[in-house]
Design a protein around this ligand. Structure first.
Ligand SMILES: NC(=O)c1ccc[n+]([C@@H]2O[C@H](COP(=O)([O-])OP(=O)(O)OC[C@H]3O[C@@H](n4cnc5c(N)ncnc54)[C@H](OP(=O)(O)O)[C@@H]3O)[C@@H](O)[C@H]2O)c1
Length: 281
């Protein structure tokens, strides 16, 4: 019996045993769980999108990062390459049809297809009431936050459905469940994404494409600096959501890698909260 146990232990823990694919997330490993997969991430030159791109690349994927500004794209690609990761980048304002088309053409030409689409681009041009929002503000928020993931995915569909195990991850917010006062139309756009996830998951299941949604709480990024630097707001946030600490972009990345991986092959249509502790959602 002891010999059997020693044998099993030896097989499992011998240095010759190939490392677990999950261990690859700590460094470049071509045999990572996402090896040879192609991932396109919008809004990914900093913050949550960048952390996701970095994690997917560390797990073996070829990543394509994008955002509105060329210098940010160049910097993000350089950072990823410095780490030995496989990355390309292209300017894409998520709300502009011509930019989305160029991005789709680039990934089709370069890779022939896409396995994962992560839609992290999001905007909030207004701190104020819902009824005080101008039509311009409504259009901008809905164009970038809600319409662009659907319109980009529509263009990418022919390149995703032939890959066999494609995965889409949208990025909502806890404010989609429990609205933060003064973030009116933004809150509403993030609630819409929860519904978009469900609808797309149902529509795309027959094509073998899974659609899930990352729902971050308060994460320390430039986007949220007004909030996470405001102690009174943080106190309210803690009371409202039960938040234990401000999150870091990296807190959001592992779950996205998991949702893209074969371990999540039976998971679709889920909105998954990464917010510390959120008993009220
Ligand atoms: N931080 C939080 O607490 C929090 C909480 C819940 C949800 N979220 C959501 O998480 C997502 C990412 O936010 P973040 O906090 O990581 O923001 P961030 O650190 O400010 O990063 C935003 C990224 O998106 C790019 N970007 C901005 N507008 C874009 C557009 N119209 N088209 C394409 N790219 C654009 C920016 O680069 P360029 O300037 O070069 O375009 C940058 O790379 C957003 O959808 C946000 O709503 C954030």
């Amino acid at each position: 019996m002891l010999r059997t146990l020693a044998f099993v232990h030896g097989v499992l823990f011998s240095p010759r045993t190939p490392p677990s694919v999950r261990m690859s997330s700590t460094g470049v490993d071509k045999k990572g769980v996402l090896a040879d997969k192609v991932a396109l991430i919008t809004g990914s030159t900093q913050g949550i999108g960048f952390a996701i791109a970095q994690r997917l690349a560390r797990d073996g994927a070829h990543v394509v990062v994008s955002s509105r500004k060329q210098e940010n794209v160049d910097q993000a690609v350089a950072l990823l390459k410095e780490e030995g990761l496989i990355a390309k980048g292209m300017v894409c304002h998520a709300g502009k049809a011509e930019d989305r088309d160029k991005l789709v053409t680039m990934v089709a030409d370069q890779y022939g297809g896409v396995d994962f689409l992560i839609c992290a681009a999001g905007v909030n041009p207004l701190v104020g009431s819902t009824l005080g929002a101008s039509e311009q503000v409504w259009d901008k928020i809905l164009d970038v936050n809600v319409k662009s993931p659907a319109l980009l995915l529509a263009k990418l569909l022919p390149y995703m459905e032939k890959r066999g195990s494609s995965s889409v991850v949208l990025v909502s917010s806890v404010t989609g469940y429990v609205p933060v006062p003064k973030l009116g139309p933004y809150n509403i756009s993030k609630t819409a994404l929860l519904g978009l996830t469900k609808t797309l998951a149902v529509e795309l299941a027959p094509k073998g494409i899974r659609v899930n949604c990352l729902v971050p709480g308060l994460i320390k990024t430039d986007f949220s600096h007004i909030l996470h630097e405001d102690e009174a707001f943080k106190k309210d946030f803690k009371n409202l959501y039960g938040m234990q600490r401000t999150g870091q972009p990296e807190d959001c990345a592992g779950i996205v890698s998991f949702l893209c991986s074969p371990d999540a092959s039976y998971i679709t249509g889920e909105n998954i909260i990464v917010a510390g502790f959120s008993p009220k959602l």
